[in-house]
Design a protein around this ligand. Structure first.
Ligand SMILES: [Zn+2]
Ligand SMILES: [Zn+2]
Length: 443
């Protein structure tokens, strides 16, 4: 008979793996609340929701992780099925990858773009040396089919909106980098390798190991001596190609215009092997000053074409639920909705608004308005990624919205908004400060 640990009533061989835990009572209450909160947020921001099984074909990861310097089969919870059909399966290791697979498999690529997808779920991994299991919980928001920094700006504002709703206001920092594309990365890697070669004798043992895999990995080294050397390393931000540079400049201009606080971190290359261009993360410090990631985001322009005949870009936003729960200052009985009025509306098509921004200034004002409207409990649809009035209006007419709110360059300067009745084609211009009153009357 097996030994029983801690005098428990159940034999060890029937117990759950010790690093994993069951949720019950208080821990379950908080967990269910945050899951519900994210589901509501997804609905409010027009994301379709998907739930994927926790098991995937291991071949999916083998294909997508092929270029990763971290790819290690032993980190996956892999198992072979017995019986006639022998298949190599694994527990889900990255929720965002299951979503991408599901996007291709369920014909979601046929939907109008940008298409927004949300999922809440767990991920599993084994630490090969210790044999410990890890379970992480994530809320992932993806935007498919739009290569425009406007999407990143929107996701940054969305992240702030969510963090503020979770009572993190004033306790997080936003870090941004541009990790370039194939075009600008190649010459940069060459320059970085040259720099590192001339200093290789001064680097720590870990860095020498990293260097064999990818020069970007050295920036993760916590050694003070190494960090000092890397301060003088060439920076990719100074040698971006024209497209990456223009996109990045637009992003920062929007963020400055919207008054978003951020920090440029040129040494932050997380997920560089599967991502490109703009990356950002929201971090908070714990009471020992250690940095904890609350949200990480990246763009993946070349992932879908590796596993399908589609070629669509993806913006990927990951909420680290365990870090958020550990740090949230949620009072007992309180729920996570302070930023939203929460009238629990069942939206009818008559009260959906579509907002249209024209030119950088108009789009910027629209982004502000977008969040104000959602805070005021309106259902809002937008199409900021497209530039022309015609394409945005076409999308508005196809949508379920009854009214379109339009801000162009002129309206942005004059603090005005055009309200257009999508059913009858009539329109009126109102002062921005009178907009909510007018909308409430119209809806
Ligand atoms: Zn580039
Ligand atoms: Zn080092």
């Amino acid at each position: 008979m097996s030994k029983r640990r801690n005098g428990g009533i159940i034999s060890n061989r029937f117990k759950l793996i010790s690093e994993l835990s069951d949720f019950y009572s208080d821990s379950q209450d908080r967990f269910l609340k945050i899951e519900l909160f994210f589901k509501e947020i997804a609905k409010r921001f027009d994301y379709s929701s998907i739930q994927t099984p926790v098991i995937e074909n291991f071949a999916l990861y083998e294909k997508l992780y092929a270029e990763s310097p971290f790819f290690d089969k032993d980190r996956f919870v892999i198992f072979k099925t017995k019986g006639r059909k022998k298949t190599v399966l694994c527990l889900r290791n990255e929720l965002s990858i299951s979503m991408i697979r599901a996007y291709c498999e369920n014909g979601l690529y046929k939907k109008l773009k940008p298409f927004r997808l949300f999922s809440f779920g767990d991920e599993y991994e084994i630490e090969p040396d210790s044999g410990h299991y890890f379970r992480k919980n994530k809320a992932v928001f993806q935007v498919f089919g739009r290569k425009d920094p406007v999407i990143e700006v929107q996701l940054i504002q969305f992240s702030e909106f969510v963090l503020n709703s979770l009572n993190f206001k004033g306790r997080y920092k936003l870090k941004i980098n541009n990790i370039g594309c194939r075009k600008c990365r190649r010459p940069y890697v060459k320059a970085l390798n040259n720099f590192l070669k001339t200093r290789s004798t001064q680097l720590c043992r870990d860095c020498k190991k990293f260097l064999k895999k990818s020069p970007f990995l050295v920036f993760n080294c916590k050694n003070v001596k190494c960090a000092k050397i890397y301060r003088r390393a060439p920076e990719l931000l100074n040698s971006l190609c024209e497209e990456c540079e223009t996109d990045f400049r637009r992003l920062l201009k929007y963020l400055d215009g919207l008054g978003v606080d951020y920090e440029l971190d040129s040494k932050f290359f997380d997920n560089f092997w599967i991502s490109n261009k703009i990356v950002f993360k929201f971090v908070a410090s714990d009471n020992k000053g250690k940095e904890k990631v609350l949200i990480s985001a990246n763009r993946r322009d070349e992932v879908i074409k590796k596993i399908s005949s589609e070629n669509t870009s993806i913006n990927n936003l990951n909420f680290e639920i365990d870090n958020i729960l550990a740090d949230s200052v949620l009072e007992e009985g309180e729920d996570f909705r302070s930023e939203i009025k929460g009238r629990d509306n069942n939206y009818s098509n008559d009260n959906i608004l579509f907002i249209i921004g024209l030119g950088d200034k108009g789009k910027q004002e629209c982004m502000k308005l977008y969040f104000d409207l959602i805070r005021d409990d309106n259902r809002v649809i937008e199409f900021f990624g497209k530039d022309s009035m015609v394409s945005q209006l076409k999308r508005a007419e196809k949508s379920k919205a009854r009214f379109a709110l339009i801000i162009g360059q002129k309206e942005a300067i004059d603090d005005m908004v055009i309200i257009r009745d999508l059913q009858y084609g009539s329109q009126e211009t109102v002062l921005r400060k009178d907009l909510f009153k007018r909308i409430n009357k119209l809806l």
